[in-house]
Ligand binder design. Structure first.
Ligand code: SF4
Length: 294
């Protein structure tokens, strides 16, 4: 066995890459390259790894991402059905509407999976990179919904309030995200020169800050709508030494499209036997300022 692993109580979040792609080409996407060569992509292989992670950490969170999870609703249903109810389940999607998957079918899908899905995170951006279904659909889904918005390069700063209000009318919270490829351990909590943070401070009521070793979140209120601004590192392993022994602290683990388990976003395969003996620590996510969740 190699290095030992440590993670938080409940287990690292498991992000499963669905084995089918989206039809988009967002400029900030780092997942797109994962879909270039679909050899070995398999719903059943992803399911096997879901069952393996459930056995090791029966209370961890699962995230389905892509590609586009809703590009093959039948495949997604098979994978969802492998996740027992002890887990929280999140789906990252652009919420594509098509002839094959019209609005009615999306709503039925959420009604059928009401008890399985904790939240659907819908990507919407201030600059349009994907064909968007209509906003009212987000308010008609039978499960909680959040909008995820990457503020990439020179987004239209003066439109940030109007963008928030566009979803606020349906009671939908927003998580703005910085381009995390430029985030480092040194600048993760740095406020100086952060134009996104300045824009948010100017337009919304600041509530507070929470964070851990690898990510932080500034929280705001927009007349009852919750707005978060999320900064994270481009990797999710923190090497450390405990009692003279080298240990990798894992925040996220991954299931690739061919079912291969990885210990980071950076292409590192997971040592499954080491993970079966993972040590646990209390989750280090803490409120660092104010009252972020009011
Ligand atoms: S929709 Fe998502 S997976 Fe597809 S290109 Fe955009 S960010 Fe990447």
């Amino acid at each position: 066995m190699g290095k030992r692993y440590m993670t938080r109580e409940g287990g690292a979040t498991v992000t499963a890459f669905v084995p089918y792609d989206c039809k988009n080409n967002c400029p900030f996407c780092i997942n797109k390259q994962e879909y270039k060569n679909p050899d070995g992509f398999s719903v059943e292989a992803v399911c096997q790894s879901i069952r393996m992670f459930d056995e090791i950490t029966p209370r961890c969170d699962f995230v389905f991402t892509g590609g586009e999870p809703l590009a093959d609703p039948d495949g997604l249903q098979i994978m969802l059905d492998c996740v027992p109810s002890t887990h929280r389940v999140f789906i990252n999607t652009t919420l594509p509407v098509s002839e094959h998957f019209p609005e009615k079918r999306i709503i039925d899908f959420t009604e059928r999976n009401r008890d399985k899905i904790t939240c659907i995170n819908v990507s919407r951006h201030m600059v349009h990179y994907v064909q968007e279904s209509n906003d009212a659909l987000l308010g008609r889904l039978a499960v909680p919904v959040r909008v995820n918005c990457v503020l990439f390069k020179s987004y239209p700063h003066s439109n940030i309030k109007a963008f928030a209000d566009r979803f606020g009318q349906y009671g939908i919270p927003i998580q703005f995200r910085a381009d995390y490829t430029v985030t480092t351990l040194e600048n993760l909590y740095q406020r100086e020169g952060d134009g996104i943070l300045s824009d948010l401070m100017e337009n919304f009521t600041y509530l507070g800050l929470d964070g851990c070793r690898i990510r932080c979140g500034y929280h705001f209120d927009n007349h009852g709508q919750h707005i978060a601004y999320h900064r994270t590192l481009p990797y999710s392993t923190i090497p450390t030494v405990i009692d003279g022994e080298e240990v990798d602290i894992l925040y996220d683990v991954l299931i690739k499209q061919n079912g291969a388990p990885h210990s980071d976003w950076t292409g590192v395969p997971l040592d499954v036997e080491a993970y079966r003996n993972v040590m646990y620590e209390p989750y280090d996510l803490k409120v660092l300022e104010g009252d972020p969740y009011q």
